[in-house]
Design a protein. Structure first.
Length: 208
């Protein structure tokens, strides 16, 4: 375990790393079973693991884990809005967008949900955020996270509806809405080509 811990920068590692560290054993799979039973390592899904609590150097970063569980994907929707501090309530469901099929993973550290988005919409407005000097993860910009959050809210018909949704349902403060990047929001709504996302851009442009 000490050698495995030294070999890993963060708290997440895959089957390949695990097997390479146990290659000296005649029965590495038996050792993996022992490590899982003892809680020294924890299986997130087939082929993906994290260290158990006794061996962790830092908390497991759920955004990074979301990228690794299923991809290509980026963290978005309410989880990203909470991460940026735009909404006040803690969000336990880790929401991501993917160009693959929609998926739901229940893991020992949380539930990860993946929603389909086409490639044209996927590529605009993504940020590469740093955890530390050697670890990073993909997350929607605040503007893109907001667009993904309202993308299916087709009941929003005008700017008054959108303002009420932002302030009453999502509980985003007015000053935070005013701080959003309109140039980036414009590029996002052009790529999404959805009336409700265009309405979001118009609402932000007009001001709260």
């Amino acid at each position: 375990m000490r050698e495995l811990r030294k070999a890993c920068v963060g708290e997440v590692f895959d089957y390949g790393i695990l097997m390479s560290m146990l290659s000296y054993l005649k029965a590495p799979h038996r050792k993996i079973t022992e490590l899982l039973k003892s809680g020294d390592i924890v299986r997130i899904k087939k082929g993906l693991y994290i260290f158990g609590e006794d061996y962790r150097h830092s908390p497991v970063h759920l955004g990074q884990l979301a990228n690794l569980i299923y991809g290509p994907s980026y963290v978005s929707q309410e989880y990203a809005l909470y991460w940026y501090g735009l909404i006040p309530e803690r969000v336990d469901l880790v929401m991501s967008m993917t160009t693959g099929r929609k998926k739901l993973f229940q893991t020992p550290v949380g539930v990860f949900q993946y929603t389909y988005i086409n490639v044209e919409r996927f590529t605009v407005g993504i940020d590469w955020q740093s955890i530390d000097d050697q670890q990073h993860f993909l997350i929607a910009s605040p503007e893109k996270a907001l667009a993904d959050t309202v993308a299916d809210q087709n009941q929003l018909q005008n700017t008054d509806d959108m303002r009420e949704h932002l302030s009453e349902n999502l509980r985003i403060e007015d000053d935070m809405i005013l701080d959003l990047n309109l140039d980036r929001m414009q590029k996002i709504q052009l790529a999404y080509r959805k009336p409700v996302v265009t309405l979001l851009f118009r609402t932000l442009k007009e001001g709260i």
